[in-house]
Design a protein around this ligand. Structure first.
Ligand code: SF4
Ligand code: SF4
Length: 135
Protein backbone atom coordinates (compact mmCIF):
# COMPACT_ATOMS: atom_id res chain seq x y z
CA UNK A 1 0.00 0.00 0.00
CA UNK A 2 1.02 3.62 0.22
CA UNK A 3 0.08 6.87 1.83
CA UNK A 4 -1.54 9.51 -0.37
CA UNK A 5 -1.43 13.31 -0.36
CA UNK A 6 -4.85 14.73 -1.19
CA UNK A 7 -5.99 18.06 -2.60
CA UNK A 8 -6.04 19.45 0.96
CA UNK A 9 -2.26 19.94 0.50
CA UNK A 10 -1.16 23.58 0.37
CA UNK A 11 2.56 22.90 -0.14
CA UNK A 12 3.67 23.40 3.44
CA UNK A 13 6.46 20.89 2.84
CA UNK A 14 6.67 19.81 6.48
CA UNK A 15 6.10 16.17 5.58
CA UNK A 16 9.17 15.91 3.34
CA UNK A 17 11.94 15.89 5.93
CA UNK A 18 10.35 13.28 8.22
CA UNK A 19 9.98 10.65 5.49
CA UNK A 20 12.64 7.99 6.16
CA UNK A 21 12.72 6.88 2.51
CA UNK A 22 12.56 10.37 0.95
CA UNK A 23 9.59 9.53 -1.25
CA UNK A 24 7.68 12.85 -0.93
CA UNK A 25 8.39 15.42 -3.64
CA UNK A 26 6.89 18.79 -4.59
CA UNK A 27 4.88 18.91 -7.80
CA UNK A 28 6.31 21.05 -10.59
CA UNK A 29 5.18 23.07 -12.42
CA UNK A 30 2.73 24.13 -9.73
CA UNK A 31 -0.03 25.19 -12.12
CA UNK A 32 -0.22 21.60 -13.38
CA UNK A 33 0.87 19.74 -10.25
CA UNK A 34 -0.02 21.94 -7.24
CA UNK A 35 0.38 19.31 -4.52
CA UNK A 36 3.26 17.37 -3.07
CA UNK A 37 3.28 13.72 -4.14
CA UNK A 38 4.20 10.39 -2.54
CA UNK A 39 5.94 7.78 -4.68
CA UNK A 40 3.73 4.73 -4.09
CA UNK A 41 6.49 2.30 -5.03
CA UNK A 42 8.83 3.66 -2.35
CA UNK A 43 6.51 4.56 0.56
CA UNK A 44 6.82 2.04 3.40
CA UNK A 45 3.60 3.18 5.11
CA UNK A 46 5.35 4.21 8.30
CA UNK A 47 2.85 7.05 8.88
CA UNK A 48 5.49 9.54 10.04
CA UNK A 49 4.30 12.19 7.57
CA UNK A 50 0.68 12.26 8.72
CA UNK A 51 1.03 14.28 11.96
CA UNK A 52 3.47 16.69 10.29
CA UNK A 53 0.85 18.07 7.91
CA UNK A 54 -0.84 21.22 9.25
CA UNK A 55 -3.68 20.75 6.75
CA UNK A 56 -4.30 17.06 7.56
CA UNK A 57 -3.92 16.25 3.88
CA UNK A 58 -2.25 12.83 4.13
CA UNK A 59 -4.07 9.50 4.47
CA UNK A 60 -3.27 5.82 4.11
CA UNK A 61 -4.49 4.86 0.63
CA UNK A 62 -7.36 2.73 1.93
CA UNK A 63 -8.56 5.52 4.23
CA UNK A 64 -8.72 8.42 1.74
CA UNK A 65 -12.26 9.74 2.32
CA UNK A 66 -14.80 9.70 -0.50
CA UNK A 67 -17.04 11.98 1.54
CA UNK A 68 -14.70 14.32 3.41
CA UNK A 69 -16.53 17.00 5.42
CA UNK A 70 -14.77 20.33 5.13
CA UNK A 71 -14.25 22.93 7.82
CA UNK A 72 -15.20 26.53 7.14
CA UNK A 73 -12.39 28.26 5.27
CA UNK A 74 -10.46 25.05 4.52
CA UNK A 75 -9.02 24.90 1.01
CA UNK A 76 -8.56 22.39 -1.74
CA UNK A 77 -5.97 22.89 -4.47
CA UNK A 78 -6.21 21.63 -8.05
CA UNK A 79 -4.44 22.22 -11.38
CA UNK A 80 -5.07 25.59 -13.01
CA UNK A 81 -8.19 25.43 -15.17
CA UNK A 82 -10.12 23.01 -12.94
CA UNK A 83 -13.77 24.12 -12.86
CA UNK A 84 -14.75 25.78 -9.59
CA UNK A 85 -11.15 26.30 -8.46
CA UNK A 86 -10.79 30.01 -9.05
CA UNK A 87 -9.45 31.49 -5.80
CA UNK A 88 -5.74 32.26 -5.39
CA UNK A 89 -3.97 31.25 -2.18
CA UNK A 90 -1.01 33.05 -0.66
CA UNK A 91 0.54 31.59 2.44
CA UNK A 92 3.83 30.45 3.88
CA UNK A 93 5.38 27.03 4.11
CA UNK A 94 7.07 25.13 6.93
CA UNK A 95 10.21 27.24 6.50
CA UNK A 96 8.40 30.58 6.35
CA UNK A 97 8.81 30.89 2.58
CA UNK A 98 6.02 32.28 0.42
CA UNK A 99 3.61 29.85 -1.21
CA UNK A 100 1.34 30.94 -4.06
CA UNK A 101 -1.29 28.73 -5.65
CA UNK A 102 -3.54 29.98 -8.44
CA UNK A 103 -6.39 27.48 -8.30
CA UNK A 104 -7.93 26.73 -4.94
CA UNK A 105 -11.45 26.39 -3.66
CA UNK A 106 -12.54 27.57 -0.20
CA UNK A 107 -14.83 25.12 1.56
CA UNK A 108 -17.81 25.90 3.72
CA UNK A 109 -18.41 24.11 7.02
CA UNK A 110 -19.75 20.63 6.35
CA UNK A 111 -19.22 20.79 2.57
CA UNK A 112 -18.67 17.25 1.35
CA UNK A 113 -15.90 16.48 -1.13
CA UNK A 114 -14.46 13.32 -2.64
CA UNK A 115 -10.71 13.20 -2.02
CA UNK A 116 -10.16 9.77 -3.62
CA UNK A 117 -9.15 11.06 -7.11
CA UNK A 118 -5.84 12.01 -5.47
CA UNK A 119 -4.91 8.31 -5.33
CA UNK A 120 -4.62 8.11 -9.11
CA UNK A 121 -3.15 11.62 -9.41
CA UNK A 122 -0.31 10.66 -7.07
CA UNK A 123 0.40 7.57 -9.18
CA UNK A 124 0.23 9.65 -12.36
CA UNK A 125 2.80 12.11 -11.06
CA UNK A 126 5.50 9.48 -11.01
CA UNK A 127 4.61 8.07 -14.40
CA UNK A 128 3.85 11.31 -16.24
CA UNK A 129 4.94 14.25 -14.12
CA UNK A 130 7.00 16.55 -16.34
CA UNK A 131 8.81 18.08 -13.40
CA UNK A 132 9.48 14.88 -11.47
CA UNK A 133 13.06 13.90 -10.89
CA UNK A 134 14.18 10.99 -8.74
CA UNK A 135 17.43 12.83 -8.01
S1 SF4 B 1 2.84 18.80 5.05
FE1 SF4 B 1 0.76 18.62 4.16
S2 SF4 B 1 0.44 20.55 3.09
FE2 SF4 B 1 2.61 20.31 3.44
S3 SF4 B 1 3.43 19.37 1.57
FE3 SF4 B 1 3.03 17.77 3.04
S4 SF4 B 1 0.94 17.10 2.54
FE4 SF4 B 1 1.21 19.09 1.58
S1 SF4 C 1 4.04 6.96 5.21
FE1 SF4 C 1 6.23 7.04 5.79
S2 SF4 C 1 7.30 6.28 3.97
FE2 SF4 C 1 5.23 6.84 3.31
S3 SF4 C 1 5.39 8.95 2.61
FE3 SF4 C 1 4.79 9.02 4.77
S4 SF4 C 1 6.72 9.23 5.91
FE4 SF4 C 1 7.22 8.52 3.83
Amino acid sequence: MTHVITSLCLRDGGCVTVCPVECIVPGKPTDEWPLFYIDPDTCIDCGACVPECPWEAIFPEDEVPAAFKGKDGQRLSMPVGTAGFDVAYDGTNHDGEAVHLDATKVLKAGEVVDLTPAIQTNKDYFSKGPGYSAA
